[in-house]
Design a protein around this ligand. Sequence first.
Ligand code: MV4
Length: 488
Amino acid sequence: MKKVLIANRGEIALRVMRTLKKMNIQTVAVYSDVDKDLPFVHFADEAYCIGEATPSQSYLNMDKILNVAIQTGAEGIHPGYGFLSENAVFAQRVSDAGIKFIGPSIEAINVMGDKLDAKQAVKKFDVPMVPGTDEELTDIALGKKIANEIGYPILIKASAGGGGKGMRVVDAESQFEEQFERATSEAISSFGNGAVFIEKYVQQPKHIEIQILADAHGNVIHLNERECSIQRRHQKVVEEAPSPVVDAALRAKIGEAAVNVAKSCHYEGVGTVEFLLDKDKNFYFLEMNTRLQVEHPVTEMTTGMDLVEAQVRVARGEELWLTQDEVPLFGHAIEVRVNAEDPENDFLPDLGKIVHYKRPQGLGIRVDDGFEEGLTIPLAYDPMIAKLIVYGKDREEAIEKTLKAIDEYEIAGMSTTLGFARFAIDHKEFRDGSFTINFVGDHFKPEMLRKEISAEIGEMSYEIFKKIKNEAEPVYEDQKLSSWKSKR
Ligand code: MV4
């Protein structure tokens, strides 16, 4: 493979291109008109504007992307995450054009894209699943009967779902019918597929996921777990590897289950198998994500493996170059997502121009970003500015280094999730490892950030601080911000 088109934007387009360049592969960028000044466009060997910001006109437009790939002679397409990365129709069209889709097979995308199909596929492979049903539920009376057998609370989930859409908790039989109707209609309106099923509601679990690597010859290994419980509304904010509660024996067991999930759909490439881990350390298969994930760098830092390089190598047909026993695991890595969002205002996007930008630096500090000072975060896409990934020799060192790196990070012009991440990582429950997916709901109140910031800005009043921050450009140039130590 001598030339690859990257069907994505921002930090992930840049991150993929860095590895391609390392491998002496030519890079082709496609971009929308609002992205013309972004670093990934300049970094590529060739770059083509394919349309307006609206995703359907550009990053989701298969015809335009395929056209550029064919015209430039690209031999592979890397889809990144989001956009077309888990679209089986796109994977098929890429393949039909004689181009290698750098991702899993069409079969794997289709099977794992539907939760009921995934359960059916995995069933024969001895993978622990939450007690529940594995066929579409249409009969309310039957649903109630099953729910009574499982015991409340239960969850009604949409088969086509993801990110919590079409998911309803039912605490008692009296609510069953209403929640069933809601889940079904939400599933139809969101996915055009009303199929739902029932599961026992696992309370206060952790979200653990296993990184998979599979070649085209049937060899599958796992690259350890990531802990991703610190999230809000299904958006992860802090991720780490390894998990503070998973030991070598448990890792081997969950890892083996994840490898079986990958085998059940003849997986190829990198993928992620998600599990819930309950208080008693029972684990249950949730779903498989058939893409390179946002949080892949914590796995890279604790294994020393470049996952994009691994994707390209298996896409070229190479056999896996290491066995399960040879998979490294050293030290600890933490990733913080730096989103242009206001944690004090329900995490609503807080977009605008980055008027000042300075990355933290140092040994074991990696910043994957897609913007530079002076650029504007566009409204049309995900508001992620950057990912800060920190490596330490152990978890304690990783935590302390991450807190210092957050303090060193300077971003002015908008609110970011850095302050919230600092709050989470410095929390007793994060430090002792007992946190669950309910961490934010259980422990976070916006006033807590206000207090932290007030301590930092000293005599400057909080109201003046907010005003300066929101009008940061003129004030910053006046050097009036000198007492404001960056960020947030
Ligand atoms: C669950 C669950 C508890 N019990 N299933 C959320 C979206 C989808 N990935 C599955 N999800 C959940 N499934 C059972 N049987 C709790 C969640 C869940 C969750 C899972 C992982 C990470 C964050 C979450 C936040 C809320 C709910």
